[in-house]
Design a protein around this ligand. Structure first.
Ligand code: SF4
Length: 278
């Protein structure tokens, strides 16, 4: 689907440039863009334009530009956390469980200590819950112990000690949801994947002035938008994910985003619509 979408995107640019939107393939792609992004020209609640317009194409290109700007920002500012280059999927899975609702700098020493004590999933499998708790209790959220134990149990008992190698397979591992599976695909297997979490919701809502109803992180349009925003090349997708995580933590933060010093402010609707461009 990705390869196909690129061919169509290129075709659409060409068709659009010469003012011919009536091509069958072009129409198909137009509807594909609309389905995946639902861009809007103004902030109008949950309504979206049903007819193709030049704003759709501009939005698609704008996503690409936003991704490049985030990658550039990441090159200059991103942190080099060990879980961004783990030795194997086990190290990545442990990191994702520890990172739940906990700032990265807080888990860093615990993560290192944890992997010194339990360098393999087999070692973790041998540990008691009490031993694991002692190791991570300073982070709070004690239910992480159960997740770590269930994960180790499944990998040893059901998978012969090997982690699945696909996004779908990883989501069968207890304690590993879509987000953690995507992170493992990206950082451990170095494959293209995209992260969907509260950061993604906040970014798409602000940058495109979108609102998502219900449980936003499961929203198909949001997932499609993050897919669209993520570069196709695996190495670039990894660079984008790293930059995005840090950018959303340090610049487009939940409260008081730093819009005045943000490299995306020119194209960001939140910035333009906010009376003070906060
Ligand atoms: S301009 Fe503000 S709201 Fe927009 S992406 Fe930057 S920090 Fe976030």
């Amino acid at each position: 689907m990705r390869g196909e979408s690129h061919a169509r995107r290129d075709g659409e640019v060409a068709i659009f440039a010469i003012g011919d939107g009536g091509d069958g393939g072009g129409q198909h792609w137009v509807s594909f863009v609309e389905t995946r992004i639902h861009p809007r020209a103004t902030c109008i609640g949950d309504r979206h334009e049903s007819k193709f317009s030049s704003s759709h194409l501009r939005q698609s290109l704008k996503m690409n530009e936003a991704a490049q700007q985030i990658i550039q920002w990441g090159k200059e500012h991103s942190a080099d956390f060990p879980w961004r280059h783990p030795k194997n999927p086990y190290e990545s899975a442990v990191a994702e469980i520890l990172l739940i609702r906990t700032p990265p700098h807080q888990i860093l020493p615990v993560y290192r200590q944890f992997l010194d004590e339990y360098p393999t999933v087999a070692k973790l499998h041998e540990a008691s819950e009490r031993q694991i708790l002692r190791m991570i209790e300073s982070l709070g959220l004690r239910w992480r112990v159960e997740r770590l134990k269930s994960m180790a149990e499944y990998i040893i008992a059901e998978r012969g000690g090997e982690f699945p190698r696909t996004l779908e397979g990883l989501q069968d591992v207890p304690g590993v949801g879509f987000y953690a599976a995507s992170a493992i695909m990206l950082f451990a297997y170095r494959k293209r994947a995209f992260l969907v979490d509260a950061n993604s919701v906040r970014f798409i809502e602000r940058y495109y002035c979108r609102t998502f109803s219900g449980e936003a992180r499961r929203n198909k349009q949001l997932i499609a938008a993050m897919d669209e925003l993520t570069p196709d090349n695996p190495a670039t997708a990894i660079a984008f994910a790293e930059g995005f995580l840090d950018f959303m933590r340090d610049v487009c933060r939940p409260v008081n985003p730093l819009c005045k010093e943000c490299c995306l402010s020119d194209g960001c609707r939140h910035c333009h619509m906010s009376p003070e461009g906060t």
